[in-house]
Ligand binder design. Sequence first.
Ligand code: CP
Length: 299
Amino acid sequence: MDTAAELASVAGRPIRKLPTLRGLTVVNCFYEDSTRTRTSFEAAAKRLSADVINFSAKGSSVAKGESLKDTALTLEAMGADAVIIRHSASGAAHTLARWVTGSVVNAGDGTHEHPTQALLDAFTMRQRLVGDGERGRGMGLDGLRVTIVGDVLHSRVARSNVLLLSTLGAEVTLVAPPTLMPYAVESWSCKVSYDLDAELRKADVVMMLRVQQERMSAAYFPSIREYRRRYGLDTGRMALLPEHAIVMHPGPMNRGVEIAAEVADSPRSTIVAQVSNGVIVRMAVLYLLLGGAGEGAAV
Ligand code: CP
């Protein structure tokens, strides 16, 4: 995050390019749809002067049955120094890292993890609530109360945020309908609550999660209307938050379901800032992996 803070100054310059990764090739390998993650990794790599190859499973030989391993080896044969991978299978990035010699970055694997989303979320919290002073350096999020609300069961963003934010000293509380709370969540490094209004009154950060209907094979709640009434963040609920508290959402949003349009567009919302910070944080990830040690590694 300190590296990202230094790189943030580049974003404000008239020429927003650094020569750091000139001559290196970054492959964006997306087996699942994405707007923010794919484009921000592309922007990040280009701002560091890397060559970028965008590979999408749709329209590729994956549709003819080519395996992840053969696809990865093909891309590596073209000189990929780093592969950014999004895949519907949990563990795909970890498996890929065993097959290729370059760096592998997890851009979201199934319902497992989305580490760079958690990094940009933590960076945004530090920027908005902690600052870049003495307390902002190093760990920085000590005692920050973060409430994560919604479809935790299917959320790789929630998993990565619980791991990262608790590591950085924040107190994380998960709020979800009982049917959307993961099995054995008690073993996670966070608290669990089913009383959203009570948690909002003491939160510094509320992070709303998208209801991931595309991953639901059963009825997890009676209706969208009922979900919105019990777990949606509207202006009435937002008024329960302390004055300084911020509202986050990783996107894409279901406006009118987990978050009301008035809340998403309010001054408390950091949703647009999260997207901008995504480019900066992903620049830092690529810079540290490819420009730093000089050897492949995986995050
Ligand atoms: N937050 C996030 O991962 O968004 P995309 O699916 O658009 O990349």
